[in-house]
Design a protein around this ligand. Structure first.
Ligand code: NAP
Length: 243
C-alpha cells in the first residue's frame, strides 16, 4: 500500500486507535491532519510519530470547528483524499440514570461529528471524483450493551450514516465504510474494572484484546486501491466476538 501524495484527515487522532491510524497512514506516505479535543500533550506525541502532519484542536460536534479542520487541511496540504471519522466518547449509565445531557453529548460527538465532516469533505471529494471515508462504529452499535444506550445508539446511527452516504457518493467513485472494533486496548477501555475486562476477554475467540494497530491496518486497507470495490460495509475487527 502506498499513500504518497494522499492527504488524510483523522478525527480523534490524539490518542488510542486514532493515533495508530495516523501513524499507519503516515508510515505509508500520507500527509495527515490530526484532530483532537483538548489533550495537547498526547496530540503532540502523535504528531511526533507522523513526519508530514499538522494538529487541529477542535470539537467535531461543532460544525464551525469542522470547517476549521478542513481549512487547515487545505492550507497545509490541499484537499483531503481520506477522511477517518474516529473521534468518540462514552458517558455510560443505565437508562434509568442516564441524563439527557449525557445522551445528547454522546450522539453529538459520535454521530453528528461524523455527519459534520462527511458533509464538508464530500463536497471536495465529489469535485475530485474520488475519496475514501471510514467511520468508526463499534460491536456495541450492532449488538447493544447494558449501560451504553447512548453510545450504542450513536454507533448504530454511524452505520446508517455510512450506508446512506455510501449510496449517495458511489457514483463519483467515493467509498464509505465503517469499522466495528470489539474490545481494543486504549484509554477508553482502561477505564473499565479489571473484573469486567477479564469477563469480556472470555467472549473473544482470539483470546486477546485488540490493538490500535489491528484497527489501523483495516483503515489502511479500506483507504487503499485494493478496496476500490468495497463500499457501504461494516468490517468487524473484534477477534471473533460477534460471530
Ligand atoms: P480514546 O482513547 O478515548 O481516544 C479518543 C480520541 O477522540 C482522543 O484523541 C480525543 O481527544 C478525541 N475526541 C474526543 N472527543 C472529541 C471531540 N468532541 N472532537 C474531537 N476529538 C474528540 O478512544 P479510542 O478507544 O481510541 O476510540 C476511538 C474510536 O473507536 C471511538 O469512536 C470509539 O467509540 C471507537 N471504538 C473503540 C473501542 C475500544 O475498545 N477502544 C471499541 C469500539 C469502538 P483528546 O485526546 O484531546 O481527549
Amino acid at each position: 500500500m502506498d499513500f504518497t501524495n494522499k492527504i488524510a484527515i483523522v478525527t480523534g487522532g490524539g490518542r488510542g486507535i486514532g493515533r495508530a491510524i495516523c501513524q499507519k497512514l503516515s508510515s505509508l506516505g500520507a500527509k495527515v491532519v490530526i484532530n483532537y479535543a483538548g489533550n495537547d500533550a498526547e496530540a503532540e506525541k502523535t504528531r511526533a510519530l507522523c513526519p508530514d502532519s499538522v494538529l487541529v484542536k477542535g470539537d467535531v460536534s461543532d460544525s464551525e470547528c469542522c470547517k476549521e479542520i478542513l481549512r487547515v487541511c487545505e492550507e497545509s496540504f490541499g484537499s483531503p483524499d481520506i477522511l477517518v471519522n474516529n473521534a468518540g466518547i462514552t458517558r455510560d449509565n443505565l437508562i434509568m440514570r442516564m441524563s439527557e445531557e449525557d445522551f445528547d453529548r454522546v450522539i453529538a460527538v459520535n454521530l453528528k461529528g461524523a455527519f459534520n465532516l462527511t458533509k464538508l469533505v464530500a463536497r471536495t471529494m465529489l469535485r475530485q471524483k474520488s475519496g475514501r471515508i471510514v467511520n468508526m462504529t463499534s460491536v456495541v452499535g450492532i449488538c447493544g450493551n447494558a449501560g451504553q444506550a447512548n453510545y450504542a445508539a450513536s454507533k448504530a446511527g454511524v452505520i446508517g450514516l455510512t450506508k446512506s452516504t455510501a449510496k449517495e457518493l458511489a457514483p463519483r467513485g467515493i467509498t464509505v465504510n465503517a469499522i466495528a472494533p470489539g474490545f481494543i486496548d486504549t484509554d477508553m477501555t482502561a477505564a473499565l474494572s479489571d473484573e469486567l475486562k477479564q469477563e469480556m476477554q472470555k467472549n473473544i475467540p482470539l483470546a486477546r484484546l485488540g490493538s490500535g494497530e489491528d484497527v489501523a491496518n483495516t483503515v489502511a486497507f479500506l483507504c487503499s486501491d485494493m478496496a476500490a470495490y468495497i463500499t457501504g460495509q461494516v468490517i468487524h475487527v473484534d477477534g471473533g466476538m460477534l460471530t
